[in-house]
Ligand binder design. Structure first.
Ligand code: NAD
Length: 485
């Protein structure tokens, strides 16, 4: 089998509505491109707003039965889906690598990470609890019941074509919600394969509907104008997140927002510099830097900055750029030409601002959207490369002298998703965890993502949590019942 064989059961890579694969009503289709050589991989159905409404009708029709399905049954469908994904992990990895560009090793990591949300939430499906208490003044018993919020819309980005979907689908299925999933137009294939796997694992028709479209804006605006849609979970950029939150006001849909990041990576003078460089390679280079958790700014104590930069430069400079499916490739292509242009412009601006290029800064000849792994030292705090989300393989290093200065620099951003701290001092660790205005703090580690942990941000990085015990709460409403007695 190959990755593309996973699509054999998706009709002609169509829309999955009410348990059936079909074409869009207009018959329109759009192409999916390989970022490594810009060739056409295949095409998929291009849904319009009528198709989207058919998907909502299906999600609404299935909602009551699915909410009444025993939790164990919902959990077991997730568990079987987890096993089916893991059985076909190599094929899923190849499909992800083809449409998104990441290396097979990274794609395999995403498959495991993505599938684990199904295992975790298969276990959470049977642990949805209410409460029972005596009213403080007596005279009444106060009960709470948790109920699924109802039909949901999921909008997912291109950087983790599987995991950004399963992080929402897992808890929603566990909670008893039905849903419409709209994957990013740049990487729609993996979600189609997932829908077919879940259907084979016994998920009833209408619970999960997938619609691919080249017009996300119209499609989501139409769906969100409908009062039957009760929840929107969005992972993507902050500007689009703001649009979705505004749109949710009319029907007062519940919203979860997993938005952009600008993660600081702090290295203190007492840090194990070799370990910090290992962590930096993961925090920076996972997904070619195209991750919301990617270390975006390296804030390094002035006494260790040169050592850190030399070591990081050496490691980054040794990475081999190439096609994700080719053996020996360390770094795949970026997602498209705009991404390469945007990363290159940030690097040029930083150099103009006075930063020193330690390694990289090159755009290899096409075809393919490549950018060389880059390290910059002495980046001024106001440079665009440290105020904007880079989303590429570039590590800008800025120095600091005191802990207070480090905290001030780290928090000087509208974003608040991931942050990283390297120190061997326990008191400093506690102080940083409390002072950093971020939803997540990694201490002496470059990897935060874990299905058992509550992933999410504060400030312009959004609200709501995915994974952990908190993840299922996003899909449950609370009804309070008062009983005299
Ligand atoms: P994006 O905002 O362009 O798109 C995200 C999704 O929204 C896609 O499905 C897209 O088709 C859709 N979309 C775009 N415009 C829309 C509109 N006007 N109305 C409705 N839907 C619309 O983001 P992207 O470029 O796909 O992803 C990269 C961004 O995602 C980065 O900012 C990254 O930090 C963020 N991200 C965040 C997390 C997180 O968990 N916080 C995880 C991954 C990516």
């Amino acid at each position: 089998m190959t990755g593309l064989d996973l699509l054999a059961k998706t009709g002609s890579r169509g829309l999955f509505i009410a348990g059936d694969w079909g074409e869009s009503r207009t018959g329109a289709r759009f192409e999916v491109h390989d970022p490594a050589d810009e060739s056409v991989i295949t095409d998929v159905a291009d849904a319009d707003t009528d198709d989207a409404m058919a998907a909502l009708d299906a999600a609404v029709a299935a909602a009551a039965d699915w909410a009444a399905t025993p939790p164990r049954e919902r959990g077991e469908i997730l568990r079987r889906s987890f096993e089916a994904i893991m059985d076909q992990a190599d094929d899923f990895a190849e499909l992800i690598s083809l449409e998104m560009g990441k290396t097979l090793a990274e794609a395999k990591g995403e498959v495991t990470y993505g599938a684990e949300f199904f295992r975790w939430f298969s276990e959470e499906a049977v642990r949805i609890h209410g409460r029972w208490m005596t009213a403080p003044a007596g005279g009444a018993r106060l009960l709470t019941i948790r109920k699924p919020v109802g039909p949901c819309l999921f909008l997912t980005p291109w950087n983790f074509p599987l995991a950004m979907g399963t992080r929402k689908i897992g808890p929603a299925v566990a909670a008893g919600c039905t849903m419409i999933v709209k994957p990013a137009e740049l990487t729609p294939l993996t979600m189609l394969a997932l829908a077919s796997v879940m259907s084979e694992a016994g998920l009833p028709g209408g619970v999960l509907n997938t619609v691919t479209t080249s017009n996300s804006k119209a499609l989501s605006a139409t769906l969100m104008a409908d009062e039957r849609l009760r929840k929107v979970s969005f992972t993507g950029s902050t500007p689009v997140g703001r649009v979705i939150v505004r749109q949710s006001a009319d029907q007062l849909q519940r919203v979860s927002m997993e938005l952009g990041g600008n993660a600081p990576f702090l290295v203190f003078e007492d840090a194990d510099v070799a370990a910090a460089v290992d962590g930096a390679m993961i925090a920076k280079m996972r997904n070619m830097g195209e991750a919301c958790t990617a270390a975006n700014r390296f804030l390094v104590h002035e006494s260790v900055a040169q050592d850190f930069a030399d070591r990081l430069g050496k490691r980054m400079g040794a990475l081999k750029t190439g096609r994700g499916q080719t053996q020996g490739t360390d770094v795949g292509p970026l997602i498209n030409a705009d991404a390469v242009e945007s990363v290159g412009a940030l690097v040029r601006a930083a150099v103009d601002d006075g930063a020193q290029l330690v390694t990289g800064g090159e755009t290899p000849e096409g075809p393919g959207h490549f950018y060389s792994p880059t390290v910059l030292l002495g980046v001024p705090a106001g440079s665009r490369i440290v105020t904007e989300e880079i989303f590429g393989p570039v590590a800008p290093i800025t120095t600091f002298t005191t802990d207070d200065e480090a905290i001030e620099l780290a928090n000087a951003t509208e974003y608040g998703l991931a942050s990283y701290v390297y120190t061997r001092d326990l008191a400093r660790t506690v102080r940083m965890a409390e002072a950093l205005e971020f939803g997540m703090v990694g201490v002496n580690t470059g990897l935060l993502s874990n299905p058992a942990a509550p992933f999410g941000g504060v400030k312009a990085s959004g609200f709501g949590r995915e994974g952990g015990f908190e993840g299922i709460d996003e899909y449950l409403d609370t009804t309070y019942v008062s009983i005299p007695g």
